[in-house]
Design a protein around this ligand. Structure first.
Ligand SMILES: [Zn+2]
Length: 208
């Protein structure tokens, strides 16, 4: 899908940190697990109106599904299409789990001053005037979870291999942010925290 596309921008997200980036309507956003086994939390905002954000809960009811597949449209908090999944070379994603924050490490693991996805997003979105009180739940790209017959929600080690990726087509101009999740106290991200690559490509037509 992206093989013969023109690269617009590329950012390397260091393991445990986040980066923000812009994606214009029609452009393709590729999120790549550089080494494998790394969860990439992803949030996004309408560039013209930051109160509209990419929303897992509105996407779930739109898709009538707890999982994602190629062709699915990801909805915003205004229930409008914000991204379409155009290619997916990764085993799974999660659209159920809250992003890790300081309290996740403190309350659940007794660890203070641990890096977190929410604090990471706060760092990189501050220049855009977007604060943590407005953050939506994330799309947990590459995360593996499943629900058992009795309703138990099971978080599993990430199953991605090095180079696995997903490609989304932006359906609006957006500001996005990806956090290479710093969780190292449970096995969801494998045995170590590693880097994530984010690439933006021109879409179809000259305007994009
Ligand atoms: Zn996290």
């Amino acid at each position: 899908m992206v093989d013969n596309k023109v690269l617009v921008s590329e950012v390397m997200v260091p393991g445990g940190h986040a980066k923000a980036f812009e994606v214009k309507k029609g452009q393709l956003l590729q999120i790549i697990d550089a080494e494998g086994g790394q969860v990439a939390d992803f949030i996004a905002f309408n560039q013209k109106d930051h109160s509209e954000k990419l929303s897992p809960t509105h996407t779930r009811i739109s898709l009538k599904s707890l999982t994602l597949k190629v062709g699915d449209t990801l909805r915003s908090s205004m229930r409008r299409p914000m991204f379409e999944i155009v290619e997916d070379r990764s085993p799974s994603h999660d659209i159920l789990i809250a992003a890790c924050d300081e309290q996740r490490y403190l309350v659940d693991y007794g660890v203070a001053e641990h890096r977190s996805c929410v604090a990471n997003f706060e760092e990189v979105l501050a220049p855009y005037g977007i604060g943590r009180e407005t953050f939506p739940d994330p799309f947990n790209i590459f995360q593996s979870t499943h629900i058992e017959q009795d309703g138990t929600l099971v978080q599993e080690p990430c199953k991605t291999a090095a180079g696995d990726f997903i490609v989304l087509r932006a359906l609006e101009d957006v500001i996005g942010a990806v956090s290479a999740c710093p969780m190292d106290l449970n096995p969801i991200g494998g045995s170590q925290v590693t880097d994530v690559m984010v690439r933006v490509y021109k879409g179809e037509g000259a305007a994009a």
